[in-house]
Every structure is written in structure tokens, then in C-alpha cells.
Write a protein that binds this ligand. Structure first.
Ligand SMILES: Cc1cc2nc3c(=O)[nH]c(=O)nc-3n(C[C@H](O)[C@H](O)[C@H](O)COP(=O)(O)OP(=O)(O)OC[C@H]3O[C@@H](n4cnc5c(N)ncnc54)[C@H](O)[C@@H]3O)c2cc1C
Length: 298
């Protein structure tokens, strides 16, 4: 029996594993190796690692974890989890089963890209969702926001912190009020309401947004507001509450219920790598504390 099983070996899961390994806890990390930011060229805003290649970042993490013999890292998808008496049993896709006194869900989330022809190849080069992650690199450039309604207005206004040249594309969805239009106008944001049919042109350079009415706009980047869903169904299967944004609701120290924790993007919080790492560490701190208390009372 493991002290803790961690489903998902991304930044949150590995951060938890590091702290738990340092506490000499027996930990099993199961991971499918598909982190959310796999389209990204560089990880920004992580102090001491600003701009690092995400693959290199993961390599360093794995290397550091190798120092801790009580942490086992296993490739494999956790396809099922079941609550037992004061423990959890997980099943991997190949049928292997493991029991842990505690289970930490760190399986991340998936972003839905806008339904625009050709967009996938531009993700991480011209198409972004997070100005905190990529806004600095796109500063003072011609930017577009793809979002409708109040969200679009708020997002477009936010981007003026990075560039004075921002347009809002509502893609034929939800009309804006006169007040919203006036507010955008005051900040120099033009609104394009027509349906976008494709993006084309140079990957990583100036590219073109083509509208249904044949208007073509050249922009350096398009920021969208993603809808998201859990990367695994484990949280749902275990009866966790999923908030409207797609994240799992958790309490203090990332605890969902007595033997179940969640960390990283899978949880409902700000989705930055450093916060995923912090949540993993926070959960690990709480996990080691409860494990230690249990041992003292035996
Ligand atoms: C394009 C892009 C660029 C980004 N850029 C930045 C940036 O510059 N700076 C920043 O701070 N943040 C950035 N982010 C956000 C950052 O990537 C996330 O906040 C971070 O990856 C969250 O870590 P996590 O461990 O919660 O999830 P993930 O990194 O997604 O890791 C989850 C892991 O769980 C695994 N997994 C899922 N389901 C299962 C299962 N059933 N069984 C086993 N394993 C499973 C996955 O394969 C994955 O390895 C970016 C995100 C994207 C999409």
C-alpha cells in the first residue's frame, strides 16, 4: 500500500511528489505524459525559470525526483478509482491495480480551441489564451481577442495593458450593448462581429484572420477565452463537485474529502504553473501531516 497515489504527473503532481519524497513517503505517480501546455514553446512567469522550454522544465523535474527513492513514477492512465475504507484503489489502463491511503488528483484540464479552420497549428505561436503567460512577448503588437459578450469586453480591455492595438472579434455571437460598445470605443478597441472562417499565414509571425464577409485582418496574435473540461473523469467518478468553469471544488489545503485531494489546473483556481506547483506542495504538506498523526496514534 502506498502512502499517497498521485494521478497526473504534471507540475502539480510532481511538486506534491517532491515534497512527499522529501518526507520519505511512499508515493506512486501515474502519468500519461500529456500536459496541458504541450503546445507551448516557453513557460513564462515561473520565478527562476522564466522562458524555459516546457520539455526542459519537465526533464529537470523528473531528474530532481529521481533523487527520492520512495517516489515511483509510472507511465499509465488511471482509468478508475474507488474509495475503500480509509484508502483508494486505482486501476490503470493495462489492468494493474494499486492502493494508496490517500489519493491526489492532479490530472489537469483540457482547453477547447475556438472552432476556426486552421487554428490548431497556430496555438502557442499566434494563438494564446493567457496574457499572463504570453502577453509580454506580444506587447505593443497588433492583437485580437476572440470572445463574446461581457467576457469579450473585459478580456479586450485587459489586453490594453499589453498593447494599444487591440480588436475584439465576437464571431457572430451575443450582441454588445451601446454602453459596452462606447466603453470599447473609448479605449480604441474596434469590434468585428462577423463570423471568423479561418486563420492563415505565417506561423509565429503576422497572420491573417479571415471573416465570412471576406474581410481579412493581419494580426500578430489572437487571444481567446477557453471553455475547459477535466482531463480525466476521475473527479466526477469520485463524486467531486465540478464548478461551472470546469474545476474541482476543494477546501483548505486542496482537500476534497478525508482521503482525497486535488491540485493544479484540475482544481478551481488561477491556472498558472507556479500556482499548480504551490497547490501540489500545499496538498503534500497536509498529506504528510495527516499521515504522521495517524502513525503517532497507532
Ligand atoms: C498553451 C499553454 C501555454 C501555457 N503557458 C504558461 C506559461 O507560460 N506560464 C504559466 O505559468 N502557465 C502556463 N500555462 C498553464 C500551465 O501549463 C498549467 O497551469 C500547468 O500545466 C498546470 O499543471 P497541472 O499539473 O495542474 O496540469 P498538467 O500540466 O496538465 O498535468 C496534468 C498531467 O496529468 C496527466 N493525466 C491526465 N489524466 C490522467 C490520468 N487519468 N491518469 C494519469 N495521468 C493523467 C496528463 O498527461 C498530464 O501530464 C499554459 C497553458 C497552455 C495550454
Amino acid at each position: 500500500m502506498f502512502d499517497v497515489i498521485i494521478a497526473g504527473g504534471g507540475i502539480a503532481g510532481m511538486s506534491a511528489a517532491l515534497i512527499l519524497g522529501r518526507c520519505r513517503r511512499n508515493v506512486l505517480v501515474c502519468d500519461t505524459g500529456k500536459p496541458r501546455n504541450s503546445a507551448s514553446r516557453a513557460l513564462h512567469g515561473f520565478i527562476s525559470r522564466d522562458g524555459i522550454n516546457p520539455f526542459e522544465f519537465r526533464r529537470i523535474i523528473r531528474e530532481e525526483l529521481n533523487e527520492y527513492p520512495s517516489v515511483i513514477h509510472m507511465e499509465g492512465e488511471v482509468v478508475d478509482a474507488e474509495e475503500l475504507h480509509e484508502s483508494y484503489e486505482i486501476r490503470l489502463a493495462d489492468g494493474r491495480r494499486y492502493i494508496g491511503k490517500y489519493l491526489l488528483l492532479a490530472t489537469g484540464i483540457v482547453d477547447r480551441l475556438p472552432d476556426i479552420s486552421g487554428i490548431q497549428q497556430y496555438y502557442g505561436h499566434n494563438v494564446f489564451h493567457c496574457p499572463y503567460c504570453d502577453g509580454w512577448e506580444m506587447r505593443d503588437q497588433a492583437l485580437a481577442v476572440y470572445a463574446a459578450g461581457a467576457t469579450g469586453v473585459e478580456f479586450a480591455l485587459k489586453l490594453t495593458g499589453w498593447s494599444n492595438d487591440v480588436i475584439l472579434c465576437t464571431d457572430g455571437k451575443e450582441e454588445l450593448s451601446q454602453e459596452q460598445l462606447a466603453l470599447l470605443d473609448r479605449h480604441g478597441i474596434k469590434v468585428f462581429t462577423d463570423h471568423i472562417i479561418s486563420v492563415e499565414g505565417e506561423i509565429g509571425g503576422i497572420f491573417q484572420i479571415r471573416f465570412q464577409n471576406n474581410t481579412v485582418l493581419s494580426r500578430r496574435a489572437l487571444f481567446f477565452y477557453p471553455s475547459q473540461y477535466q482531463a480525466s473523469f476521475l473527479a466526477e467518478k469520485l463524486g467531486c463537485t465540478i464548478a461551472s468553469g470546469g474545476g474541482v471544488e476543494a477546501g483548505k489545503f486542496q482537500q476534497i474529502k478525508s482521503h482525497l485531494f486535488v491540485a493544479g489546473d484540475a482544481a478551481r483556481s488561477i491556472q498558472l504553473a507556479i500556482i499548480a506547483a504551490a497547490e501540489g506542495a500545499e496538498a503534500a504538506f497536509a498529506l504528510n501531516t495527516v499521515l504522521h498523526k495517524e502513525e503517532l496514534s497507532e
